[in-house]
Design a protein around this ligand. Structure first.
Ligand code: NAD
Length: 353
């Protein structure tokens, strides 16, 4: 299992260091992993002038999976657009053809007070949003702003081919098959033809997954149901724009940005795994960042790219035990609990692992 490790900027190196300790511990236990490190984002601009240098591209292309920390920082805000750290992220997603974004929103009962919703509504929440990442109105042509009838008009094109819909639907059905076997497809078929096709194709693909129960929901209702009764969902699948919004909404239900991992997959389950948060420059270098989202990203990597379900669960259970034992980094701190820094949190995970 070849893993390219791209720590990036800000807290990236601190949180990645803890995830690497977990991987090395599993290696000692017989997991056949090989890690190689590379540069992405601001640190890559500093070293080479390019946020996604050729050497990183070679490393990522030859690896089976990529583990990424985070990119960005205020010192890079004035760079020209093509040199911004975030360009590095877009470039690697595009170069590796990562069309499927998987974002779990899990709220461990121990952390339910971190949510802005009532305890009963969110305690034990475990949903997965599958978002198509390379199509839709974000990439559709024609697009632009132009003069029509003496005034400016702005326009974009919402477009999906059946091939694009089919391949993301397969990812979502497979993810549901590994979970509670419930899939909700989100569209706006009452007004948008593009999403009528989405619904038709998802229904076709469903025939190949008789064990998964498929339902459909309009996006406005889905946004409402996510805050009203989020535990009704297991896996949700949707297009790029709706997924952008719903996945942020779902992750914020948990109230703990330092706890949520994500995966972006290609057609062969090669993937890029990263926490959903950014480089947190406000806390970088202080040993207070929460490394759990990054360690949970390793668990996702083992599950989705390497098919090592047992080892994935071993990591997740270790984290659950760490939380149950009362260890908390500052972002999830509560009175009466044991406050720990980034490295100590890594120690705690390793000891339960
Ligand atoms: P952010 O996610 O970095 O931080 C938001 C808030 O959450 C901050 O208060 C931060 O301290 C806190 N936080 C984030 N991760 C944490 C963790 N693991 N433990 C404890 N607290 C944590 O978002 P931002 O401040 O809007 O952006 C900072 C930089 O990160 C910007 O340059 C932005 O462009 C970049 N960014 C990168 C990614 C990515 O690499 N995928 C994603 C979002 C933002």
């Amino acid at each position: 299992m070849k893993i390219a490790v791209l720590a990036g900027d800000g807290i990236g190196p601190e949180i990645i260091a803890q995830a690497v300790r977990v991987l090395n511990a599993l290696k000692t236990d017989g997991l056949n992993v090989e890690l190689e490190h590379g540069l992405i984002g601001g640190c890559a601009v500093d070293a080479t002038g390019d946020p996604y240098p050729e050497a990183t591209h070679r490393l990522a292309s030859h690896a089976d999976a990529v583990l990424l920390g985070a990119v960005g920082g205020p010192q890079y805000d004035d760079l020209p657009r093509h040199q911004r750290p975030e360009r590095g992220l877009l470039a690697i997603r595009k170069a590796l053809n990562l069309f499927a974004n998987l974002r779990p929103a899990i709220l461990y009962p121990e952390l339910a007070n971190a949510s802005s919703l009532k305890y009963d509504v969110v305690a034990g929440l475990d949903i997965m949003i599958v978002r198509e990442l390379t199509g839709d109105i974000y990439f559709g042509e024609p697009r632009g702003i132009e003069m029509r009838d003496h005034q400016r008009v702005g326009f974009n094109t919402m477009i999906y081919s059946e091939t694009e819909i089919r391949r993301i639907a397969h990812v979502a059905f497979k993810a549901a098959a590994k979970r509670q076997r419930k899939l909700c497809s989100v569209d706006k078929m009452n007004v948008l033809e593009c999403t009528q096709l989405w619904r038709d194709i998802v229904i076709e693909v469903a025939k190949e997954y008789p064990d998964v129960t498929l339902s459909h929901m309009l996006v406005d209702n889905a946004a409402m149901q996510l805050v009203r009764n989020p535990k009704q969902f297991d896996v949700m699948v949707t297009g790029n724009m709706f997924g952008d919004i719903l996945s942020d909404e779902a992750s914020m239900l948990t109230g703990s940005i330092g706890m949520l991992p994500s995966a972006s997959l290609d057609e062969n389950n090669k993937g890029l795994y990263e926490p959903i948060h950014g480089s947190a420059p406000d806390i970088s270098g202080k040993d207070i960042a929460n490394p759990l989202a990054t360690i949970l990203s390793v668990a996702m990597m083992l599950r989705y790219t390497f098919n090592q379900e047992e080892t994935a669960q071993r990591i997740e259970q270790a984290i659950q035990k760490v939380l149950a034992a009362g260890f908390r980094t500052r972002d999830i701190s509560e009175s009466g609990m044991t406050s720990v820094g980034t490295r100590e949190m890594g120690d705690a995970v390793l000891s339960f692992l």
